[in-house]
Design a protein around this ligand. Structure first.
Ligand code: COA
Length: 160
């Protein structure tokens, strides 16, 4: 597997799993009916450094971004997002993307990374914890989960 910076031409391969993940409405606080144009503007924004994971055939199987979480004097705190094609989940792609992004964010000079809204039922909480993130707090009953009902959103933090 190769992890590299994304190019604009990668978007058509990101969109199918982006759409599938957001339409499931279990992990991201974006509208499940977000259009492809809005999704591209969100994920591939020039403010973000975007990465893709390629499998051995060159197919894009995951993507991630890092961006300042705040502005001005707090711009040294990063935010990041991660998506892996659900058909390829559980093969270590998410962990590899996260390790890559953490390393790149550290090299870029960020002091810390914050996740603003990790759905408390998301198994990814365990992944983030294993990578050194801790839960700073939880916004209670913030997210209407299609199967679990109202669940909390964790704010997660790690120093870099
Ligand atoms: C979260 C996500 C990026 C993880 O990617 P992945 O390639 O499936 O993750 P990995 O195979 O690297 O697994 C990482 C760890 O998380 C655990 N894990 C990940 N997804 C899991 C799931 N759905 N159920 C149970 N465990 C899970 C694995 O057990 C694994 O632990 P290990 O490395 O100690 O074996 C991916 O599931 C995804 O895109 N989810 C939807 C979007 C999302 O939730 N993004 C994060 C928002 S905070």
């Amino acid at each position: 597997m190769l992890i590299r910076e994304a190019a604009a031409e990668d978007w058509p391969q990101i969109w199918p799993f982006w759409h599938r993940i957001v339409a499931a409405a279990e992990t991201y606080a974006w509208g499940p009916d977000t259009s492809e144009e809005d999704a591209r503007a969100l994920w591939m924004s020039p403010a973000k450094r975007v990465y893709v994971a390629e499998d051995d055939t060159g197919a894009v199987v995951g993507s991630a971004y890092a961006t300042p979480n705040y502005g001005g004097p707090a711009a040294g705190v990063a935010n990041a997002g991660f998506m892996v094609d659900p058909d390829q989940a559980g093969r270590g792609i998410g962990r590899a993307l996260a390790e890559h992004v953490l390393e790149a964010a550290t090299a870029a000079g960020y002091r810390a990374m914050v996740f603003n809204a990790v759905v408390e039922t998301n198994p990814a909480v365990g992944l983030w914890t294993s990578l050194g993130f801790r839960i700073l707090g939880t916004v209670p009953a913030a997210f209407e989960h299609p199967r679990h009902g109202l669940v909390g959103l964790h704010i997660m933090y790690r120093a870099l």
